[in-house]
Ligand binder design. Structure first.
Ligand SMILES: Nc1ncnc2c1ncn2[C@@H]1O[C@H](COP(=O)(O)OP(=O)(O)OP(=O)(O)O)[C@@H](O)[C@H]1O
Ligand SMILES: O=C(CO)[C@H](O)[C@H](O)COP(=O)(O)O
Length: 294
């Protein structure tokens, strides 16, 4: 937590929609004149694609079929924790990018599946914005979750998440159906142990739920549309959340629990804007006061 150098973290599994949510935040930042350093969780993978395949093969040979990008061995959790701590204290830090495909790699003249060099974050940013797999991870040795001032979980119901991952990985990352299914299976123990627990320490969770049959996600040809889903939004601490305002502004929304509002799928982005814009105003006001600028 830092008044001078706040951190927002969006955490969710692969294919959950964290990059999509980031675009909503970029719109809020642009509109509110906030300069955010945006970082991607995949930058904190420990291995590039080639090295990861080698490590997986070594582990397979030892009988471990579950060495995965979701777990601590394949990621730099200490470095991520260190970035959050350093940014909270100084507003500085270092980051890099993981280049998933030709399109992402081309501007850097690098191969897909490689990292760009570590670089300093831009100077004079108002906040750090993380999107990725491990923004709220806590292990025996690392506590990333202690630093973000706002921690948001993106956790669609699992069938929907798998449909999104399958379709995205096949169309944009050129993986085969079998390769994606294999990845989902390999990651399952780390999913349970390192991804799911994060949603118990986030401040707000967004869970999109399809209202069409997704019982076999492995044969779905399309991602359920906005009209074919609802979004369950749950606040860990509902004190201070103006639910009557949200209910009046979001057509078709309702409360399903005292801390939970449900909105039509197509209203998820509007809900995020209505909920998070005031958070960002408050963060900016606190930052200005702490820096003696207000
Ligand atoms: N609210 C939504 N409605 C419809 N489709 C969505 C929604 N959110 C995400 N998707 C789709 O799901 C797929 C995965 O989304 P996205 O790339 O944002 O996931 P991610 O969590 O960033 O994944 P990764 O961490 O693996 O990069 C994309 O094809 C995206 O268009
Ligand atoms: O989406 C992911 C994690 O969020 C990817 O699976 C991960 O970044 C590894 O990518 P690749 O298998 O393409 O090297």
């Amino acid at each position: 937590m830092s008044e001078k150098h706040p951190i927002i973290a969006i955490t969710g599994s692969s294919g959950a929609g964290t990059s999509t949510v980031t675009r909503t935040f970029q719109n809020i930042f642009r509109r509110e004149g906030v300069k955010a350093a945006i970082i991607e969780g995949d930058s904190f993978h420990r291995y590039d694609r080639k090295a990861m395949r080698e490590r997986m093969a070594e582990e397979e040979a030892r009988g471990n079929h579950h060495f995965s990008h979701f777990g601590p061995e394949a990621n730099l959790f200490e470095e991520l924790e260190n970035l959050f701590r350093t940014y909270a204290e100084t507003g500085r830090g270092r980051c890099r990018k993981y280049l998933h495909n030709e399109e992402e790699a081309a501007p850097y003249g690098q191969e897909p599946g490689t990292f760009t060099p570590w670089e300093d974050l831009p100077e004079d940013t108002d906040m750090l914005f993380y999107e990725g797999l491990h923004g709220a991870v806590v292990t025996d040795t690392v506590n990333v979750a202690q630093y973000p001032d706002l921690l948001i979980g993106v956790a669609p119901s699992i069938n929907l998440e798998w449909i999104q991952k399958l379709i995205r990985d096949k169309t944009q990352r050129r993986y085969s159906q079998e390769a994606v299914v294999d990845t989902i299976l390999r990651r399952m123990p780390d999913y349970v142990n390192y991804i799911c627990p994060q949603f118990a320490v986030t401040h707000v969770n967004f869970q999109r739920v399809p209202v069409v049959d997704t019982s076999n996600p492995f044969i779905a040809r399309d991602i359920p549309t906005a009209d074919e889903s609802v979004c369950v939004i749950r606040f860990a601490k509902p004190k201070g959340i103006d639910f009557p305002y949200l209910l009046s502004m979001i057509d078709g929304s309702w409360m399903s629990r005292a801390n939970t509002i449900v909105v039509p799928g197509g209203k998820m982005e509007l809900a995020m804007q209505l909920i998070f814009t005031p958070f960002i105003w408050r963060m900016m006001e606190r930052r200005k006061r702490a820096l003696g600028l207000a």
